[in-house]
Design a binder for this molecule. Structure first.
Ligand code: GLN
Length: 487
């Protein structure tokens, strides 16, 4: 029983089928671990009664012979997906005490498959950040070294999975927020093609970039979750793609013989620290052993992805966050003189520094006189970045490289330096801007014995291929199965 939280989802599901364990017992196991590891700061909201209610309902379905693959498995959601049964804050004071009247599509898709929700997970405020230090509700600690950040913005999700507080979790990725915390905490995560996962009920940061995806211990676990999460939601999300649901577990047996893995030279330049590079190089050798061929490629505008993203994302955020005015949602200032004063005080009190910074940048780049110089230029370069990928995919099937230039840094190390945080996003931003699927899988350890993640980027709708490459790697190695000491 004590090792239950280390088991793959398929194994847990098998135990439930064989009645070696009931869904409520399984939920209790994780609820107990969540309590004893509360100091990690992974969860923002829990409600045992709500969790156990779902577990009991799942057990009924199991007893009735329902074989749905996620039925009865305890997962947790990034606190950016709205939920009826748990409050939703998006890591912001602005939404403290907010409860949604409906579930987001991702939450209801997973609940429909019978997954049991353990609660809501810590994240950077409105998903803006890469260390979880921007959460208004406190830090989340990396279980591999609690003096270090877990990454962000889906930091709580990565901590919960790495520390065995949830069997798997959901996250969102706008510019790397699934891939980077997965890398920093030694777990596996995938961001699908933009438009595959519904954004309905996902608190919006930058709408043309935001995508949901799973964070779990292995590619196999991710495939199970992703299959349930994705699918068209045309009536509720205007950017949802009319692409049929797919079972991503089916393609997990493909051999890698002859697979062309593109190695972008721009991902292996000066900025990449030697320890991360060594782990990635070893992983690439392993892929070669499995039959893959490494092909040098170029993504010449990689560096530009930072200014482009940090114009477009704040521009969209400044518009999206205008809805938080003290009238419709969450926080409202206690004292004010007139309507304008109410707006001002509400937003001054409700938003944290990073969010205010981005609203200001976004408003500036969209303003008359600067729109052409910044926003329009950024959009043009975004298109070129997407074209660069299409050129690269003429020569390779998937692209591999690091997720981040370093391993997880120390808490506080970059918290006063927003630009240092932005620069660390360099390898995840290009795929986000192009709307391509990208994933992160653990491939070794670097400085301070911290996990290193390798990134795989695929062409549009090639999630199954990415998951297969990661799965083949994970069949041949055991980095995904390593756990921080004591967990
Ligand atoms: N670190 C990036 C940012 O701060 C990405 C965040 C995300 O993907 N949500 O915007």
């Amino acid at each position: 029983m004590s090792e239950i939280h280390l088991q793959p989802l398929k194994h847990l599901r098998g135990m439930l089928s064989k009645k070696e364990l009931s869904a409520p017992e399984l939920a209790q196991h994780f609820l107990a671990r969540m309590k004893t590891h509360a100091h990690l700061g992974a969860f923002l909201a829990t409600d045992e009664a709500a969790t156990l209610f779902q577990a009991a309902a799942a057990q009924k379905r199991i007893d009735a012979g329902d074989t749905a693959p996620l039925l009865g498995l305890p997962i947790a959601h990034k606190d950016i997906f709205v939920t009826v049964d748990w409050p939703t804050t998006a890591g912001s004071k602005m939404l403290s005490g907010y409860r949604s009247p409906f579930d987001s599509t991702i939450v209801s898709n997973l609940a429909g498959e019978g997954a049991v929700c353990l609660g809501k997970l810590n994240c950077d405020e409105f998903a803006m950040g890469s260390s979880n230090e921007n959460s208004a509700y406190g830090k989340a600690l990396n279980p591999w070294d609690t003096s270090r950040i877990p990454g962000g913005s889906s930091g709580g999700s990565a901590v919960a999975v790495a520390a065995g507080l949830a069997a798997a979790a959901t996250g969102t990725d706008t510019g790397g927020s699934i891939r980077q915390p997965a890398a920093f905490c030694g777990i596996t995560g995938i961001k699908p093609t933009y438009g595959r996962a519904s954004r309905y009920g996902m608190v919006a940061f930058a709408s043309s970039l935001d995508q949901a995806g799973p964070m779990a211990r292995s590619a196999e676990d991710c495939a199970l979750l992703l299959s349930a999460m994705c699918g068209p939601d045309l009536d509720r999300d205007s950017t949802s793609l009319d692409v049929p649901k797919e079972d991503f577990s089916i393609g997990l047996n493909g051999k890698l013989d002859g697979l062309r893995v593109g190695i972008p030279k721009e991902f292996f330049g000066e900025g990449l620290s030697a320890d991360v590079r060594a782990a990635i190089d070893a992983a690439l050798k392993e892929l070669e052993k499995l039959g893959a061929k490494l092909v040098p490629i170029q993504l010449p505008r990689t560096e530009l992805s930072i200014p482009v993203y940090y114009i477009i994302a704040p521009a969209e955020a400044s518009s999206n966050l205008s809805r938080f005015d003290g009238v419709k949602f969450g926080h409202r200032a206690g004292k004010y003189t007139d309507l304008l004063d109410m707006y001002k005080k509400t937003r001054m009190e409700g938003f944290g520094d990073e969010v205010k910074r981005r609203i200001m940048i976004g408003t500036y780049v969209l303003s008359h006189g600067y729109y052409d110089a910044y926003y329009l230029q950024a959009q043009k370069i975004r298109r070129m970045i997407a074209d660069d990928f299409q050129n690269a995919f003429k020569e390779c099937d998937v692209i591999a490289g690091p997720v981040a230039p370093t391993v997880a840094w120390k808490i506080g190390e970059k918290s006063d330096d927003p630009v240092a945080n932005y620069l660390a996003d360099i390898f995840t931003l290009p795929a986000s801007l192009a709307g391509l699927p990208g994933m992160s899988l653990p491939v070794g350890f670097g400085a301070g014995n911290m996990p290193v993640g390798m990134q795989l980027i695929g062409n549009y709708f090639k999630e199954a291929q990415l998951l297969n490459v990661a799965h083949q790697y994970q069949q041949a190695t055991d980095f995904h199965a390593r756990r921080p000491e004591g967990f």
